[in-house]
Design a protein around this ligand. Sequence first.
Ligand code: BT5
Length: 262
Amino acid sequence: MFETEVRAALRDLPLGGLRVFQSIGSTNDEGLAWASEGAADGSLVVADEQTSGRGRSGRPWYTPPSAALALSFVLRASEEAGAQAGRLAGLGALALTEACAGLGLSSNIKWPNDILVRDRKVGGVLVESAWEGNVLGASIVGIGLNVLRASVPPPGEVLFPATCLEAEIGRPVDRMPVLRAVVSAFLRWREKLAGSEFLRTWESRLSFVGGSVVLTRDGQVPLTGTLAGLESDGGLRLRVGDQTVVVRVGELHLRPTNDRIA
Ligand code: BT5
């Protein structure tokens, strides 16, 4: 049973609470609902399958049964946490790169929220806010990771080439140790969220640093520049001509300009 396996894999980790589903619409929706019911800080939702998993701007996120990891953390807002909100996509991304490293796979972060192995997307992060009136009640950090081959969407259905751990490693991978690795790395890096080591490590794992990239925002003129690094709040620094432009996490898509993506 999926739930029994998940509970065993995460047994001794310091979670605020744990809800496990065989199938669900979206773990982020469950996280948002749980936050409004008073979920404790650090609560976690895990599902075997999502029937309406989503990415940014309502784009679909494909999570068929028995093949992927789909999880969402509920992080209670505090004044201090509010100041770090721009770093939460990085937190999910660092947890994923660490889980990949544990399997001997080198991965990079395509800012703000994609995890790439050999320039193909293996996972993604979706941060959403749970509002209580006009006050931020909690942040929901959703994480999706393609583990087995069945988790990879058909090429016609994705904007960016996709892959999974099994294809990259060349053998089937057991999801439970990977789930544990993602959750423990997330909890570990969360402790360091406000510090400079967090920012340095996140920056060191970014794709395309020093390279020419184009940033497009839905309905706006694309911005081309050299990817220079991260701002302290998680924003991306670009050099455009002799100017430095800072882009905050929003509805953005980033690609290298010499598009070496098949
Ligand atoms: C993301 O959005 O990459 C964020 C994905 C977050 C998913 C997690 S799963 C747990 C939690 N619950 C949810 O409902 N969501 C979160 P974005 O950068 O907007 O990328 C979305 C695009 O990725 C889609 O438009 C597709 O082109 C592509 N895509 C969809 N499913 C994919 C998959 N399994 N692997 C690789 N690419 C995929």
